[in-house]
Design a protein. Sequence first.
Lengths: 115, 111
Amino acid sequence: GDSVTQTEGQVTVSESKSLIINCTYSATSIGYPNLFWYVRYPGEGLQLLLKVITAGQKGSSRGFEATYNKEATSFHLQKASVQESDSAVYYCALSENTNTGKLTFGDGTVLTVKP
Amino acid sequence: EAAVTQSPRNKVAVTGGKVTLSCNQTNNHNNMYWYRQDTGHGLRLIHYSYGAGSTEKGDIPDGYKASRPSQENFSLILELATPSQTSVYFCASGDVGQAPLFGEGTRLSVL
């Protein structure tokens, strides 16, 4: 079946420093999957941060960027300068290009930004 | 505004009891989903639905039933709750080509 791997369970970064959260995926279908980053802020539900459905494209939102790399099967999340308010849990996910829209999630990365 | 509303937000149940988690969406989406999320793990799909009257098994359906009586409502039912079902449950709705929209979650504790 499909799988998503986030290698870092926890990341701590100082405010204004750069961030990268790694995500690699494996999809069983012939076509290319849709890729997503979701975020869960403390006390809140899961929100879509960004999505990319075309291989080679870059998605961006709230200063975060992720590029769909089909050769490396990666979708790493990056930000040039983090803020304390970015502290949250970040989930990488994929969906096959079918009618179901079902998502397969990584285990999540807890980001703590130190002031 | 698009919304997915879950109730209750918190629930404490006894082992062997019946638990029903409810989800309502105002987005007119055809697809709805139930996921559970355990500490240190990603969300895993329990059941999903293509529309009113349909339910499909997800990746971890054992011990759960689902009901989709209308376009707007999708329930998750634990007929005989067990402590292993203690978790946070998320409902979502979506359509083809869209990123699913999630509710705020229900924290369930089975004692």
